[in-house]
Design a protein around this ligand. Structure first.
Ligand SMILES: Cc1cc2nc3c(=O)[nH]c(=O)nc-3n(C[C@H](O)[C@H](O)[C@H](O)COP(=O)(O)OP(=O)(O)OC[C@H]3O[C@@H](n4cnc5c(N)ncnc54)[C@H](O)[C@@H]3O)c2cc1C
Length: 460
């Protein structure tokens, strides 16, 4: 039996934890928080997720997670982590009408003057709304006997030992009553997303300024849902159009999500955003080089309004560079690193970070070394994702941030890779494995691939 403690009961919960025994708190109940709770529940006798929004037991987008109104792709690496932690996860999703497809044969992806090669690659992918994905994960979490979720409650502050070396819990505020409470814990994990206050809290506690990296992209999303005929000519393909940078900035995607709907997101980099007036919007979509997108929006009925989201910059908080970090505390997910969403990496990054935490807890890394080890080892996850996302963004001269040395040369080569994916299954397969986070980017530089990329179009 799961226990979902209503916000009003948190005061009595507090009493229950005055002498805590292995109690963990997760601040933020979105995807990173839910996964963190799952992993922590293996290592702590009880886990409490504190979420500021009111959470319903149905698929929904919430205020604190407005991105759920927009198209989300779960990369195969993230799906593998979720399938590992939730046996039967794909069946669960299928029972909600979610399609499990082959990653390469189900795509209809226009890029750099052609369509990427379609062929069976043997890697599963799911096409699902973010709201349903989170609902399915949350239901699994709420079914666990030692996890409870307290909603409508803000995490306001950390509490520490007198010497400020260890975190002892949090201060919460009930959003309905304004009542504050102190909740003790042996471990606190911040998964409160991009707006996380950890850097500020650490500064106030004397841990110094957390170095950050920002890469400005000014990306805008415009999303609308359309009806979908089950016999649609596009079958169950997920449709994408990516621009030839830096000359073009506009992108678009349409995914056949559950309940026979198309979720269509279009937009662009550096303020080249899609309008929300019907005629201008249709013109915008018609201008995208993948004609399937216009076909979807012009032949199906719109359900609901346009919804916009602006994403100004990718943000990385370098906790690994802090000299000290409090014991009994960690940060993961978007609170740690938040990437340009176009590349669909955020949820998988969070999943891989949480998987790493599980490994470290299994290895019984001592409490006082956990943060240092976690941040150090997670750089190998985040460095790769960050370099892939920002590398593409740096094709635009308007993108500001620290350009890695040699990026122009790398991007020239990757442009050739993109082109080769439209002609060569082997290169396309290698590329898809890299963007799926199943292989490192160096996979594209191995001699067999390099040779095919450089020889493309030339007689063998
Ligand atoms: C437009 C857009 C599209 C995206 N598309 C993709 C995609 O295609 N694929 C992909 O993998 N990722 C995508 N992402 C990123 C993805 O949404 C996140 O990486 C993912 O949700 C993991 O985030 P998180 O759980 O760390 O934080 P969030 O999802 O931001 O959740 C943070 C949670 O913490 C709660 N919270 C915040 N402050 C407090 C507080 N003080 N106290 C208590 N609770 C608090 C919030 O209400 C929220 O529930 C996209 C993001 C955006 C913005």
């Amino acid at each position: 039996m799961y226990i979902r403690v209503p916000a009003t009961e948190i005061a009595s919960m507090n009493t229950a934890y005055t002498s805590p025994k292995k109690h963990a708190i997760v601040a933020g109940g979105s995807l990173a928080g839910l996964l963190a709770a799952k992993v922590l529940s293996k290592h702590y006798s009880s886990v409490t997720i504190i979420e500021k929004d009111s959470v319903q037991r149905k698929p929904e987008a919430r205020k604190g997670q407005a991105q759920a109104y927009h198209l989300h792709a779960l990369l195969p690496a993230g799906l593998q982590v979720l399938s590992h932690y939730f046996p039967g996860f794909l069946d669960d999703l299928s029972s909600h009408g979610v399609k499990v497809l082959d990653f390469a044969s189900s795509m209809n992806w226009y890029c750099y003057g052609g369509f990427r090669k379609r062929f069976p690659i043997g890697i599963e992918v799911i096409i699902v709304s973010r709201a349903l994905l989170e609902h399915v994960v949350r239901e699994r979490i709420l079914a666990m006997p030692n996890i409870q979720l307290v909603d409508n409650t803000l995490v306001k502050q950390l509490t520490t030992t007198d010497d400020k070396q260890s975190i002892t819990g949090i201060v919460t505020e009930n959003k309905n009553t304004g009542q504050t409470n102190l909740v003790s814990a042996d471990f606190v994990m911040d998964t409160s997303g991009r707006g996380s206050r950890t850097a500020q809290w650490l500064k106030e506690l004397g841990y110094g300024e957390t170095p950050v990296s920002e890469v400005k992209v000014n990306v805008g999303y415009t999303t609308r849902i359309y009806t979908r005929d089950p016999g649609d000519a596009h079958g169950e393909s997920w449709i994408i159009s990516t621009p030839i940078a830096p000359g073009h900035k506009r992108f678009g995607a349409a995914f056949p999500i559950e309940n026979n709907r198309w979720m269509v997101t279009v937009g662009g980099w550096h303020n080249d955003h899609a309008p929300t007036l019907e005629t201008e919007y249709l013109e915008f979509v018609r201008g995208l080089p993948n004609p399937a997108l216009y076909d979807v929006v012009s032949t199906n009925k719109a359900v609901g309004d346009f919804i916009q989201y602006k994403f100004p910059f990718s943000l990385r908080r370098h906790y690994e560079k802090l000299r000290r970090f409090p014991v009994g505390f960690l940060v993961a997910g978007d609170a740690f690193s938040s990437f340009n969403p176009i590349y669909g990496q955020g949820m998988s990054s969070a999943a891989l970070q949480v998987e790493l935490l599980d490994k470290l807890l299994n290895e019984q890394v001592p409490d006082q070394d956990l943060a240092k080890t976690f941040f150090k080892r997670s750089t190998s996850i985040i460095d790769v994702i960050w370099s892939m996302a920002t590398g593409e963004d740096f094709r635009y001269p308007q993108t500001s941030g620290t350009r890695p040395p040699g990026i122009k040369l790398v991007n020239k080569y990757i442009e050739q890779v993109h082109k080769a994916t439209t002609k060569d299954e082997v290169v396309c397969g290698a590329f898809l494995k890299v963007i799926a986070l199943l292989k490192p980017p160096t996979h594209l530089f191995q001699p067999a691939i390099l040779w095919r990329v450089l020889r493309q179009g030339k007689p063998k």
